[in-house]
Design a protein around this ligand. Structure first.
Ligand SMILES: [Zn+2]
Length: 269
């Protein structure tokens, strides 16, 4: 994975980029955990600058920096982070000004005058290379074997922290989805209950009496056939004959909707 061809392939490898996206770390607010790791890398290597770098397809984004205020990302020119992230083990440039891998790099030729560069790759549990933990100095340096090893451990810590962060994000999302689902289910249940209440109310509001109610003091034993209502709010059931009489003789009387009497029927007619 350390040749130039592998590097450019690795930069844009869709599976690797999907892994980078999965952690939703790019452009996320600074994480105190990564600041601590950057500070530890600087202290470990005795350098004024350290970074936790995530390598995107076309940029190296800094999840945390120590001693590099105001710089949030750099390009993917070969030689530094954009090469180091796909190296096997740690990647060290003791003097960048004379190292053929880096002497043309803008951070080496430019104002920063980078000379020393040491990085360990951040590798996910499923083997994707996300970036590096890097220590940088403007003067040449050497690292001991122990420093190499511990720099690797710091990169492993970044990978572990990213997994924890992802698990937390996933849990929060799952909980929110469950809550939204419960709210929707409750709303649907409430709507159904409301409809059933309305249906039940309609039934109880429209009981049909057995006999005609329009027989006056003498009463009428004929079966109730139709419901009559008037615009003042009264309603009654009558046999066919009494209903006909009432419609002919009483003003503002009309055959009502069976469910509605009186004023309601008048307004709904
Ligand atoms: Zn009658």
């Amino acid at each position: 994975m350390s040749s130039t061809t592998d590097r450019s392939t690795a930069l844009t490898d869709p599976a690797r980029l999907a892994a980078v996206r999965r952690y939703e770390i790019l452009d996320a607010p600074t994480d105190g955990q990564f600041d601590t790791i950057a500070a530890a890398a600087a202290a470990l290597c005795g350098t004024p600058i350290a970074t936790v770098s995530i390598v995107d397809a076309d940029r190296v984004w800094f999840a945390a920096t120590k001693g590099l205020d105001g710089v949030t990302q750099v390009g993917t020119e070969p030689g530094l982070c954009a090469s180091a992230f796909c190296a096997d083990g740690s990647y060290v440039v003791n003097d960048a000004a004379i190292d053929p891998r880096t002497l043309e790099h803008p951070l080496v030729r430019g104002e920063l005058g980078l000379r020393f560069y040491a990085a360990a790759p951040i590798i996910t549990i499923d083997g994707h290379r996300l970036g590096t933990v890097t220590a940088i100095d403007a003067m040449p340096r050497q690292l001991t074997d122990v420093q190499h090893t511990v720099l690797g451990h710091l990169a492993d810590q970044v990978a572990q922290h990213l997994e924890l962060r992802l698990a937390a994000l996933t849990a929060v999302r799952a909980e929110r989805e469950l809550r939204e689902e419960a709210v929707q289910r409750a709303a649907a249940a409430a709507e159904l209950a409301e409809r059933m209440r309305a249906a039940a109310a309609t039934h109880t509001a429209a009981p049909r009496p057995e006999h005609c109610q329009l027989g006056g003091t003498k009463g009428c034993t004929a079966p109730a056939e139709l419901k009559l209502a008037d615009s003042w709010g009264d309603s009654a059931w009558g046999c066919n004959q009494h209903v006909e009489e009432a419609i002919l003789n009483v003003r503002s009387v009309f055959i009502a909707n069976e469910e509605l009497g009186g004023l309601a029927a008048y307004l709904n007619r």
